[in-house]
Ligand binder design. Sequence first.
Ligand SMILES: Cc1cc2nc3c(=O)[nH]c(=O)nc-3n(C[C@H](O)[C@H](O)[C@H](O)COP(=O)(O)OP(=O)(O)OC[C@H]3O[C@@H](n4cnc5c(N)ncnc54)[C@H](O)[C@@H]3O)c2cc1C
Length: 435
Amino acid sequence: MKASIKRIVIVGGGFAGLNLAKKLANHDIYQVTLVDKNNYHFFPPLLYQVSTAFIEPSNISYPFRRMFQEKRNLSFFMGELQQINHQRNYIETENGTLHYDYLVLAMGTETNYFGMDNVKEKSMPMKTIDDALKLRNHVLLQLEEAARSQNIKEKEKLGNVVIAGGGPTGVEIAGMLAEMGGNIVSKDYPTARKGVGKIYLVDALGTLLAPMSKKSQDEAYQVLSKLGVQIMLNTTVKDYTGDKVIFGDGQSITAATLIWASGVIGRPAPGLPEEVIARGRRIMVDEYNKVNGLENVFALGDISLQQSDEQFPKGHPQLAQVALQQSALLAHNFLNMAEGKSLRPFKYNDKGSMAIIAKFKAVVDLPKGFFKGFFAWLVWLFIHIIPIAGFRNKWMLAMNWFWSFVTNDPTLRLIIRPEKQKKEQPKKELQPLDV
Ligand SMILES: Cc1cc2nc3c(=O)[nH]c(=O)nc-3n(C[C@H](O)[C@H](O)[C@H](O)COP(=O)(O)OP(=O)(O)OC[C@H]3O[C@@H](n4cnc5c(N)ncnc54)[C@H](O)[C@@H]3O)c2cc1C
């Protein structure tokens, strides 16, 4: 590799890391290595449809190596970040050590259980494809057991689902499960039906969809209530036994399923100075997404906390658009750096937010307006199919949606439980260009 070529290592191939790599593709001044613990990129906003057996996991996932074919300066390295040595410019993963000229941290967030060990151990999170598949298996297994059980109380517990977190993810999964209960359970599990249980949606705040407009919040409340979802506001989950969800006020509900969609925390970045780690374990960055006090380390997307944008003095919301816009600007700034030009500071362009509540029902908040209903639902589908990686995936997703929405009876309710395969591998010294 020519001495003038700089090596960029990006850790995390989510919206931020992958977009940055793509924007730097074929700019030969940089050799870019994307590091991810999985060998695929996936689309979190549709995870809830995987977990409810509405679409296939492969509809929303795509292998990095396939994306990087014919991108001469991009390479992929599968590994999980273990240590950053910012003094000597390298990172360690379980699969080897990678040296860099510039490091970009884009590992996103993980589920926050707020120190509740039982909840961590026994609830079902919704952050990754693995989580979604585990939840799908779990819900289907509970229904199988409910179908076999002769005991009405037991059936009720097996059918009860408590969802903690009334943000977009909680609302979307509550709507989907309620519709699944109405459309599918009675047909597939006729013996489970009697006393099969309820969907409870619980939030510590006094409203659903807290980050959205009042109109969106009201619409979500009304639509979910009509679907039979039991909405419990101003309610906190305090503990979970695996059979019983216990709330802050001492009340409890027996439920074999607690879905935890209640909070996130930045993924660990071991080796960074302690003073750059802020609340929610986010990494403090300046207006160019450079980590405070470090010259050649950047952080992007959900894991970063940028307070220089005057519209967002407490930092940006942890949303896909922020990750995409920050990474596009950083790519532009890397190219400017190579040409000795000045850098542009980040300003978030808020294009609005949306949530699907049920079939034909969604809400859309725009900077200057709000709309809901069937049109909002169509817009939601359209907006969520565009960023899906790969033409085949878009097509298959559209087909899956068409089939599932028309028939109300998708055929993906398979319980697949692969044996866990884990091999200890010795650590190796590797240079990014060797991979
Ligand atoms: C269920 C769900 C629904 C959502 N719905 C919406 C929505 O409708 N609209 C919206 O705007 N936002 C939504 N979000 C938020 C949105 O997904 C995030 O804001 C966005 O993904 C952030 O992008 P990112 O690149 O910072 O992190 P991520 O997309 O989380 O990517 C992080 C990447 O880093 C990798 N990684 C993590 N740790 C390591 C490590 N130690 N070593 C190597 N690799 C690592 C992961 O495998 C992943 O590929 C949703 C999130 C979830 C979980």
